[in-house]
Ligand binder design. Structure first.
Ligand code: SAM
Length: 348
């Protein structure tokens, strides 16, 4: 019943213009929080529209600030919108928007990196979930966050996606986030491009990241010096790699560590010196990867093949997975006696 009532408020009643709102609530952007607000409703509407948000959907917005994107979400006729904002100064303004939204807006004060969006939906009695193999559910996560938060957050989100936990226990929930244009290009980078990096592999094996459009920095208040890319991620029904996120991440990190060098050089850093040559060659031999190839010339599936062999090596040598070449020297004996440190199992 409650749900039906809420969907009848499909548009927001008039509110003070965002610009006046910011003056009214004295919400000057804080540099320390890297705040850059989007004031152009054409752009906020475009983000919401291209994110695929429709009437009756549920949305969680991260870092709403004074609520430009929030207004666009509510105006789209969603039946519930949860927002998570760290800066307390924004809360009265967001509650003001909430009053106009007929009970559809729920404001949470907190750090998105420490907030479980899945729990928010569960506590709200979410019934929008779908099976992983079904079409994506009518649930969305969106946000224009500071760049220093967007990068760690996307890794956390991709990891949760791979384990189908948190928001992804409700199915293949799409995610739409803004990034500095350079990071956006890396996320969607194809093979053999200068922008190809670890994050390309991590994003593309588990999801289909798509650069929806870019926004010139000048559209923000205050304007950052760089342009911004809006990227949408739809989780894949079948991930391209059947190894745990952590194992893939470790292999990709080490191989991309020496971007310009042969892949073997990076691979060797996965192992203590005495066994590095042998183990790294084993990986390349089994995967039939040319040792003189470079990180950017390897496909997602090839990272998958390498991760599979490395994962098996880690299982037969407990402790190997915890090996970190930047830490003081570790011997093969120490590794073999390692207590636990087996890599996490592939969750699907
Ligand atoms: N989304 C708004 C817009 O587009 O105008 C605001 C954008 S501003 C770049 C980012 C917002 O995220 C700020 O309001 C900031 O306070 C908030 N924020 C920063 N770190 C956060 C975190 N860890 N958790 C939640 N919100 C955060």
């Amino acid at each position: 019943k409650k749900h039906q009532m809420a969907t009848s408020f499909s548009r927001l009643p008039p509110l003070p213009a965002l610009r006046d709102f910011i003056h009214l609530y004295k919400l000057r952007a804080k540099k320390v929080l890297s705040q850059n607000f989007l004031m152009d409703m054409n752009l906020t509407n475009k983000i919401v529209r291209t994110a695929g948000i429709n009437e009756g959907d549920w949305v969680c917005e991260v870092g709403p600030g004074p609520g430009g994107i929030t207004r666009a979400i509510l105006d789209r006729g969603v039946s519930r919108c949860d927002v998570i904002e760290l800066d307390q100064r924004m809360l009265p303004a967001l509650r003001h928007v909430g009053e106009a939204a007929g009970g559809r807006l729920h404001v949470h004060h907190g750090d998105v990196l420490k907030t479980e969006i899945g729990d928010i939906w569960t506590e709200a009695g979410c019934s929008h979930g779908s099976q992983w193999t079904d079409d994506p559910p009518r649930l969305h996560i969106v946000g224009n966050l500071p760049f220093n938060i967007a990068s760690p957050l996307i890794i956390k989100f991709l990891r949760d996606m791979s384990y189908r936990r948190g928001p992804w226990k409700y199915g293949r929930v799409p995610l739409t986030l803004t990034f500095q244009a350079e990071v956006a290009r890396r996320l969607v980078s194809p093979i053999d491009c200068d922008t190809r990096s670890r994050i390309s592999i991590m994003a593309q094996y588990i999801a289909r990241p798509k650069l929806l459009f870019t926004i010139p920095g000048t559209c923000f208040v205050p304007p950052p010096k760089i342009d911004v890319g809006v990227v949408r991620f739809e989780p894949r029904v079948t991930p391209l790699i059947g190894v745990s996120f952590e194992v893939i991440e470790k292999v990709a990190r080490q191989v991309f560590h020496y971007r310009q060098k042969y892949a073997i050089k990076g691979l060797k850093t996965l192992y203590p010196e005495e066994i590095a040559d042998e183990m790294a060659h084993e990986v390349l031999k089994e995967t039939r990867i040319d040792p003189t190839t470079t990180s950017i010339k390897l496909g997602v599936e090839q990272y998958g093949d390498m991760a599979k062999v490395y994962e098996r090596q880690c299982r037969s040598m407990p402790g190997l997975f915890a090996y970190d070449y930047t830490k003081p020297k570790v011997t093969v004996e120490m590794l073999a006696n390692g207590e636990k440190a087996l890599p996490p199992k592939c969750p699907f």
